[in-house]
Design a protein around this ligand. Structure first.
Ligand SMILES: NC(=O)c1ccc[n+]([C@@H]2O[C@H](COP(=O)([O-])OP(=O)(O)OC[C@H]3O[C@@H](n4cnc5c(N)ncnc54)[C@H](OP(=O)(O)O)[C@@H]3O)[C@@H](O)[C@H]2O)c1
Length: 445
């Protein structure tokens, strides 16, 4: 029978409390498909108890499960909230690496990874850590499912919207469209649908393409003053007579659902509460909710736009839970891009060019977040084209430990964080603690 081999410094100090017998051979081994509940071998033994606590956290009720579906990965399913998983990771002594997934417990569908795994079949010795990679063999990355993470956040938002209603607050998000750009109309329609599904009230204010800037600013001011609206966005792009920066600065920062106002960008930089730019906040949630806490990790972001690269760097560098990363930003002025990207524990591509990130630019075991939206020709499709990201997905997934697909990765999160900013604004306006009784991950505050 094939065995997984988990490297633990003092593995023989743990014993299974249920499940099959374990092999203890310089580590802990579990037959494929079996669960192992772990307990200190001797609760009275401080070393043994200490290892158990470091591994699982005192709140966590942990068990190991190794399945053929994830061959080569030993998984730790923990019937405990994500918080406990993150705590467990912080407690793990280097070089103990565990790949952790939810085993059908309270964590729901979300897979959790504590750290890239240094485990394989017993005969596959893990390669020592080096800048080149940690793995004895190539791996196929786990997919970060943006739609599933989105659905989990939206379920919580629905609950918070209902709680606000009970207190007499009816959260509302106003959309403003200038002109008849079909893409803008379609985007806003999608966002309005997301509002409806979450129980948020929304309305679209559609004005003509020729609307003078002064008239648009007057509409924004009117929405600022109207207590019915807790959030607002003016859909971009805007026609040439309107300066998007002036519009962004006219929106009440407390109602700025896109967090585009320089005041809110300043709050993000200063680590203050307030609305967060949606795509960066969505990326932070994707990382946290797949167990890839950026704390202590080297995050390399390719792209320095005001809507993705810069605010994401500001968000992840904060000395705060869910952040605390070492951040590098790359752009067209960066010399030897690959030298930087290949040092990333977490690599974020926000470039706007298909295949800008190839497999040779990615460190083995890195987490790869692809923000790009690029339409490329595809004669096999009826439309003649398809959407791809900035990352050469097929090749990079053989190197990375986790990867977002395009579509279905970052995209759904951007809309979800728009809703999240609006619900949080309504909670602030009603003096309800943001996030309600059940606290959310840090970036949702
Ligand atoms: N999924 C979503 O929700 C979502 C949200 C926002 C954006 N996007 C997509 O993400 C992509 C990026 O958009 P954006 O608005 O953040 O960026 P952007 O304003 O288009 O800027 C692109 C950035 O990439 C850098 N860059 C371009 N080519 C490069 C190269 N060869 N090497 C290194 N850096 C390079 C540019 O550097 P310079 O500054 O030096 O020019 C710039 O900072 C687009 O495809 C966009 O559609 C998706």
């Amino acid at each position: 029978m094939r065995h997984a081999h988990l490297r633990l410094a003092h593995a023989n100090e743990l014993r299974p409390v249920s499940g099959p017998a374990m092999e203890v051979d310089q580590g802990l081994a579990a037959p494929i498909g079996q669960n192992l509940d772990l307990a200190p071998a001797d609760p009275a033994d401080a070393r043994s108890q200490g290892l158990h606590d470091r591994l699982l956290g005192s709140e966590a009720d942990g068990k190991l499960v190794y399945t053929p579906a994830t061959a080569g990965h030993l998984q730790v399913g923990v019937d405990a909230p994500e918080k406990a998983l993150r705590m467990a990771r912080q407690r793990l002594p280097d070089p103990v690496d565990l790949n952790c997934v939810d085993a059908g417990g309270k964590g729901g569908h979300l897979s959790q990874i504590l750290a890239p795994i240094a485990v394989g079949a017993a005969d596959e010795a893990p390669r020592a850590r080096s800048g080149e990679g940690r793995y004895a063999r190539r791996m196929s990355a786990r997919i970060i499912d943006g739609a599933a993470v989105s659905a989990a956040i939206r379920a919580d938002l629905t609950r918070r919207v209902a709680a606000l209603r009970q207190r007499g607050v009816d959260p509302g998000l106003a959309f403003v469209i200038v002109g008849d750009n079909p893409a803008s109309i379609s985007y806003v329609r999608g966002k309005a649908r997301a509002c409806e599904e979450t129980g948020l009230r929304s309305e679209t204010f559609h004005v003509a393409e020729q609307t003078p800037q002064a008239d648009l600013l007057a509409l924004v001011e009117k929405l600022n003053q109207d207590p019915a609206w807790h959030g607002m966005i003016v859909q971009l792009p805007l026609p040439p007579q309107i300066d998007p920066d002036v519009v962004a600065m006219t929106i009440d920062p407390e109602k700025d659902a896109d967090a585009a106002h320089p005041f809110n960008l300043g709050r993000v930089l200063a680590g203050m509460p307030g609305p967060k730019p949606c795509t960066p906040a969505g990326i932070q949630q994707l990382l946290l909710r797949t167990g890839n806490d950026p704390s202590g990790q080297h995050v390399v972001i390719v792209g320095r736009s005001n809507i993705v690269g810069k605010p994401l760097a500001a968000l992840l560098m904060q000395k705060q839970p869910g952040a605390n990363a070492t951040v590098t930003i790359c752009h067209t002025g960066t010399r030897d891009l690959g030298a930087h990207t290949s040092r990333a524990d977490i690599l974020v591509a926000a470039v706007g060019k298909a295949n800008a990130i190839t497999a040779d630019m990615v460190k083995a075991g890195a987490v790869v977040i692809d923000v790009g939206n690029n339409r490329v020709a595809d004669p096999s499709r009826k439309s003649g084209s398809r959407m791809v990201g900035d990352v050469d997905f097929d090749a990079v997934k053989e190197v990375a430990s986790w990867i977002t697909p395009v579509p279905g990765g970052v995209g759904p999160m951007t809309v979800t964080m728009l809703l999240s900013n609006t619900v949080a604004a309504a909670e602030r306006s009603a003096a309800v603690p943001v996030g309600g009784a059940a606290n959310q991950a840090p970036s949702l505050r």
